[in-house]
Ligand binder design. Structure first.
Ligand code: R5P
Length: 310
């Protein structure tokens, strides 16, 4: 850990500072501003020559700006003589497009990985990545941290008696199954249809085919993220329709794009538990009094410390 320098881009300052403090560190002096036309300007005031540097930046929600900001910081650190730059990307944007869904599309995830590497990033650390396959696209050391133990504890803290875990789609089924195993609880899953062909209505989804009974049980929906909120809202209403008692949601990434707040307020949700891989403003807590945060700061601090000993 000695000699390791910590930096954070603008939207990840809170989390970066929290992690740094847990490790007895502080964030390095980094100035970021915008020209009137939006161009980002970076100035690394800290001495980094020959040092290993960590940069925190989430690249979901407003991914284009957030990613470029991270690339500019990585590049500035390298040009200032940093030996190694590790990007800590708690929520990695452009992860959905790791494959082309129809001819004529690009594998956007691969392109973003290449841009990061070209900017000087030597290794990445992410949390609950959309798909494990993405790690190989970087071509540099890449670690995907799992929130599973945090989630097990968060569910235990809810102190539920008769409950069932719910995977709203195929992607979240392994997560629900594994949590169910650790909590000694049953789980059910749904099928989800998205519109991946053609253009328009990219966030549209439909959930159907609940695999088992939920009547009389509290239900905990587990997923990697809430983006538009469509998946959670539709899953919650189906569960209610089928007789579930209270409905809880536990997701890693609170992307909360567009009308999400509005959508979530209309759903029968007892509690919405999310992590801090993305910053949430006061607006979120005001709109959603049932919103609570489970921090990933401890998980990141543990992983960074472990990596520094390797
Ligand atoms: C992918 O399908 C993910 O696991 C999430 O279920 C999804 O991204 C949530 O998106 P939304 O909130 O827009 O339905």
């Amino acid at each position: 850990m000695k000699g390791l320098k910590f930096f954070a881009c603008r939207d990840s300052v809170n989390l970066g500072r929290k992690v740094a403090r847990l490790l007895g560190k502080r964030l390095g002096r980094l100035h970021l501003s915008n020209f009137a036309d939006g161009e980002i300007r970076v100035w690394v005031e800290e001495k980094v020559k020959g040092k290993n540097c960590l940069v925190f930046q989430t690249t979901r929600l407003d991914p284009n700006n957030r990613l470029i900001e991270l690339c500019l910081v990585a590049s500035a650190l390298k040009e200032s003589g940093a030996k190694k730059v590790s990007a800590i990307i708690p929520s990695f944007g452009y992860a959905r497009q790791f494959m082309a869904y129809q001819p004529g599309e690009t594998k956007a995830t691969l392109l973003m990985a290449k841009i990061l590497v070209a900017s000087g990033v030597d290794e990445v650390m992410v949390i609950d990545l959309h798909h494990e396959k993405i790690l190989d696209l970087f071509g540099i050391p890449a670690v995907n941290l799992k929130t599973e133990d945090l989630f097990v504890q968060a569910i235990k803290n809810l102190d539920l008696k008769d409950f069932i875990l719910v995977a709203p789609d195929k992607g979240s089924k392994p997560r629900a199954a594994s949590l169910a195993g650790k909590l000694n609880a049953p789980y059910v899953f749904l099928k989800k249809k998205r519109k991946t062909k053609g253009f328009g209505r990219e966030d549209w989804s439909r959930v159907f085919d609940l695999s088992g009974k939920v009547r009389g049980l509290d239900a905990v929906i587990v997923d990697d993220e809430i983006s538009s909120g469509g998946t959670v809202v539709k899953t919650a209403s189906l569960l209610k329709e089928r007789g579930a008692k209270r409905i809880f949601v536990l997701v890693t990434h609170p992307v909360f794009s567009g009308q999400t707040y509005l959508n979530l307020t209309q759903a029968p949700l007892e509690k919405i538990l999310v992590t801090d891989t993305l910053p949430l403003g006061k607006k979120a807590f005001k709109a959603l009094p049932n919103l609570e945060v489970v921090s990933v700061a401890g998980l990141l601090a543990w992983a960074i410390e472990k990596k520094s000993k390797d």
